[in-house]
Design a protein around this ligand. Structure first.
Ligand SMILES: [Fe+2]
Length: 203
């Protein structure tokens, strides 16, 4: 495997492919990822399931080996905070928020990160799942922005927003870029600002 001589990094790095969770709620988890992200199981059993929503053979896998225990304080323990899924357009992203809200699935965090607008849910085990739309509609542009723009360095976590205010702004005819700019500067703050980004306890 050739390396970059100055960094020691592989010259041809592998791509991120999937995440695997252990779970004691197999059926509930499979149903939830289907409803929220359109992930369908290519193989499903009580012990293990492999789910995908694109051309890959799986993007999320779920394992339930004997002896598995629930976590004691997942939200304050190191490890994965969330996995993330991205919509190609602002309208698709807003429409998905409305669709899930109508199913009674509500986010625990909603943040304009600048590079993305992001809505965070918890799966039945309490794992975070971010549903985002690129703030620039362009990965090259958002990569340039996170690396070099002082706005990101000044506010890297982002600005909270009330997603219902985003829905209203879209209904009022504002463009994605107008809404994104307004959200970033705090025009759509929620009534209650979360104290932290820890995963709320559901386990
Ligand atoms: Fe994220």
């Amino acid at each position: 495997m050739p390396e970059n001589q100055s960094t020691g990094f592989p010259a041809n790095p592998p791509r991120l492919h999937h995440t695997t969770f252990t779970t004691l709620r197999m059926k509930e988890m499979v149903e939830w990822y289907g409803l929220v992200c359109g992930l369908r199981p290519l193989f499903q059993s009580d012990e293990a399931s492999w789910l995908t929503n694109d051309e890959a053979n799986h993007r999320i896998a779920l394992l339930s080996p004997p002896g598995l225990k629930h976590p004691t304080d997942k939200g304050h323990e190191t490890g994965i905070h969330h996995t993330a899924f991205e919509f190609d357009s602002f309208d698709m992203w807003v429409n998905n928020y409305i669709r899930l809200r109508n199913h009674g699935i509500l986010p625990f965090l909603t943040l304009d990160h600048g590079l993305t607008m992001s809505i965070y849910y918890q799966d039945p085990d309490g794992n975070g799942v971010e549903i985002q739309v690129d703030g620039f509609g362009d990965w090259a542009a958002s990569s340039e922005w996170i690396a070099n723009d002082p706005d990101f360095a000044a506010n890297p976590i982002g600005t909270y927003f009330d997603p219902e205010k985003i829905v209203e702004a879209r209904e009022a005819g504002l463009s994605f870029q107008e809404i994104h700019a307004n959200a970033r500067k705090g025009d759509y703050l929620p009534a209650v600002i979360p104290e932290d980004i820890f995963l709320p306890e559901v386990w």
